[in-house]
Design a protein around this ligand. Structure first.
Ligand SMILES: Cc1cc2nc3c(=O)[nH]c(=O)nc-3n(C[C@H](O)[C@H](O)[C@H](O)COP(=O)(O)OP(=O)(O)OC[C@H]3O[C@@H](n4cnc5c(N)ncnc54)[C@H](O)[C@@H]3O)c2cc1C
Length: 373
């Protein structure tokens, strides 16, 4: 029976469920224990719970308190990754985008328009159009409008804030966006509705072993300091940029290392940029988005290594100057630091690899089995 007196799980994650779930963590045995309440952990818990497995998810702080609330909030295939020829990644992401827009979460995920300003005559329009032709079709994408070609005058009518000398024409395409934290919360609550025991402010502090296999974890309620052992057949580490730390705690050796790459966004009021569309701009190493977000624009992002406190990534004056420089290079009326209403920074959990530049590291997910259990 759950805290509301019913036998069916409610999906509620309130105070009563909190006490009840602490008891259950200590008393029950789970098929799967998920570490981390970001979108990856919540998705893993939902997947396992809908297969009928007994699932628990523990999150050290709050759901989506890590990277999963600090993103660009796009459900996109990643036009940039298409240019890097990551066809598999883009196709999969676009298939998910289509499912999100049509079946899974049309109440959360909405289409969003972007103008791609063309800056070179002759070759750039056919080159970009070919990429967008693929982008508009890959993964069965069909519920957002296809690319629309614009003259310079047409592009400036759509985005009057742009400097006339900064484009020779434009192409409008569509992607999708959602409130990332709300999406993660919804996934976690849906998992709870399917019976998963979800508990926040509950940190994994050690691993339990039976001979050579992992048999569960020791968790601490970070509010009370109380600890309990949780028995689980399988423990899944979904700790994002904390993956290596958790792995170290388990005593097993990882197949890969995670490199934290910081991305910063600034938030400015909507009236500071006169535009009917978001904008995607090329930068020397990546792209910069101007994304409509309710009464605001979100502008970003950056891509640099971060070696300090993983729980508190912070923007530097240099990060903000970089974003302002990039965006101001195309705006009629430059933004100043006084226009900035908010700044947030998040850490991408990237697979450490060959490239020195974090912007070139793969955005693919990876799964490794580091120890039995
Ligand atoms: C700047 C930026 C922009 C991005 N833009 C986009 C975008 O537009 N679209 C997109 O799809 N993706 C985007 N991403 C990527 C996306 O945000 C991440 O891939 C995703 O949020 C990672 O989720 P996660 O669950 O792996 O990590 P997190 O959300 O960080 O979750 C990991 C969780 O593990 C918890 N944890 C750690 N240690 C423990 C422990 N010992 N016990 C219990 N819990 C623990 C942490 O508290 C944390 O909540 C962006 C990322 C960044 C940084």
């Amino acid at each position: 029976m759950n805290a509301t007196g019913s036998t069916a799980p409610s999906g509620r994650l309130g105070v009563d469920e909190r006490a009840e779930n602490w008891r259950r963590l200590g008393e029950e045995e789970f098929d799967v224990l998920v570490i981390g309440g970001g979108v990856v952990g919540a998705g893993t818990a939902l997947d396992a719970a809908t297969r009928g497995l007994r699932v628990a998810l523990v999150e050290a702080r709050d759901l989506a308190s890590g990277t999963s609330s600090r993103s660009s909030k796009l459900f996109h295939g990643g036009l940039r990754y298409l240019e890097q020829l990551e066809f598999g990644l883009v196709r999969e992401a676009l298939r998910e985008r289509e499912l999100m827009l049509t079946r899974i979460a049309p109440h959360l995920v909405k289409p969003v328009s972007f103008l791609y300003p063309l800056t070179h005559r002759v070759w750039e329009r056919p080159y970009t159009a070919t990429g967008l032709f693929l982008y508009d079709r890959m993964g069965g994408a069909k519920s957002v409008p296809g690319q629309q070609h614009l003259t310079r005058a047409g592009a400036l009518r759509m985005v009057p804030a742009l400097r006339r000398d900064k484009l020779v024409g434009g192409i409008r395409y569509f992607d999708a966006q959602a409130d990332d934290a709300r999406h993660t919360l919804t996934v976690a609550r849906t998992a709870a509705q399917y019976g998963a025991v979800i508990r926040t402010s509950t940190q994994v502090v050690d691993f339990l072993h039976e001979s050579d296999r992992v048999s569960g974890v020791r968790v601490r309620d970070v509010e009370t300091g109380e600890e309990t052992d949780v028995q689980a057949g399988v423990v899944v580490n979904c700790a994002g940029v904390w993956t290596d730390q958790v792995l170290q705690m388990s005593g097993s050796r990882g197949r890969f290392r995670v490199r934290a790459s910081k991305g910063v966004h600034i938030v400015v009021p909507r009236e500071k940029i006169v535009s009917d569309s978001g904008v995607i701009l090329r930068t020397p190493t990546s792209v910069l988005f101007i994304i409509p977000w309710k009464g605001h624009w979100i502008i970003g992002t950056t891509d640099t290594d971060w070696h300090l406190d993983l729980a508190h990534p912070a923007a530097t004056a240099k990060d903000i100057a970089y974003i302002l420089d990039q965006v101001n290079s195309v705006l009629n009326t430059p933004l100043t630091t006084d226009d900035i209403e908010g700044v947030y920074a998040g850490l991408r959990p990237l697979l450490a690899g060959e490239s020195e530049e974090t912007s070139k590291l793969s955005r693919e997910h990876a799964v490794a089995r580091t120890a039995p259990g």
